[in-house]
Design a protein around this ligand. Structure first.
Ligand SMILES: [Zn+2]
Ligand SMILES: [Zn+2]
Length: 303
């Protein structure tokens, strides 16, 4: 029985390790994502200045629902950029940007979306912020709800950051890894679900170490990340996690729980807007899976 308890605690320790790893991965990615998002934003605005011959680029008056894109639909009510439900296909009630800016940005976001059928996640963004806030454009590439209130890379979880890198062609120029097929960035993107949705709070050591090694591989991408100080610091912390003598402290446990709580908050917000009963039930199940480890927490410390 004592041995059994030891094994349970060992798997729990591995789970905490992996959870902490996600936090370090995020730390290593934030400054890179911020910088590239700012460059992309600046490039887009410079491009508009030149193309439309404008002294400065600013708006804030357009809304996504009524915005008329710069591109025009083609025959059979089809979007030439391949977006389904594109604003170009619904001409009635659409208004061109009075400043000659937002239609261009709308087009640019679609063209930069990496999916074969480009599908920017418009619900995450507000057009009114496009000219002033680089992250409002980056967020369109996060193919998941719950990021509408996030205002920076630091404010975004590592899954969201990986979405921005994987789904945004502009970012691909700053990454050596080929993001089109199976790749380590996409693999790591799945880990958050696998770790945080584990209702047992347990992980085998081999799995935990695989997760951490893949996180390191992301941070050591050969194009730019490998040369960045923040990514290097995060790699050091990830390497330390793999040491045998890593112990679960109240401090690092708190950190993992904080991340889970944040995720639970996002899920709660989501259930309010859900239409179908099935989707609602599914989310409730996920929520209770997350709540279970939280309530177990005090017991683990007591033992
Ligand atoms: Zn279109
Ligand atoms: Zn506008």
């Amino acid at each position: 029985m004592a041995h059994q308890l030891y094994l349970e605690k060992e798997k729990y320790r591995q789970w905490v390790k992996a959870g902490l790893g996600l936090g370090y991965l995020k730390e290593g990615l934030v400054p890179f994502c911020d910088d590239v998002a700012k460059q992309q934003h600046k490039d887009i605005l410079d491009n508009i200045k030149q193309t439309n011959n404008l002294p400065n680029v600013t708006c804030g008056q357009c809304t996504l629902r009524t915005l008329q894109p710069d591109h025009l639909k083609i025959a059979n009510n089809k979007c030439p950029l391949g977006q389904t439900n594109c604003n170009c296909c619904y001409t009635s009630g659409k208004i061109a940007c009075p400043n000659n800016v937002c239609g261009f940005i709308y087009d640019n976001i679609i063209t930069n979306h990496a999916s074969t059928q480009p599908a920017p996640y418009w619900k995450n963004t507000r057009t009114q912020q496009w000219t002033g806030d680089p992250w409002s454009i980056a967020k369109c590439f996060i193919n998941a709800p719950g990021y509408d209130q996030k205002t920076s890379a630091a404010d975004t979880d590592c899954t969201g950051l990986l979405h921005v890198i994987i789904n945004n062609k502009y970012f691909h120029n700053h990454i050596q890894c080929n993001l089109a097929g199976a790749n380590v960035f996409s693999k790591v993107r799945q880990y958050r679900n696998e770790i945080f949705h584990s209702s047992t709070m347990e992980l085998e050591q081999a799995d935990a170490n695989t997760y951490i090694d893949d996180m390191i591989a992301v941070l050591q991408d050969g194009k730019e990340l490998i040369n960045r100080k923040d990514a290097q610091d995060a790699v050091k912390k990830l390497e330390e996690l793999k040491n045998e003598d890593f112990i679960v402290t109240t401090e690092n446990m708190e950190r993992v729980l904080r991340d889970i709580r944040e995720e639970m908050g996002n899920l709660r917000k989501l259930t309010e807007g859900l239409a179908t009963k099935d989707a609602c039930e599914d989310l409730k199940r996920k929520l209770s899976a997350l709540e279970f480890p939280m309530s177990q927490q005090s017991e683990v410390y007591a033992s």
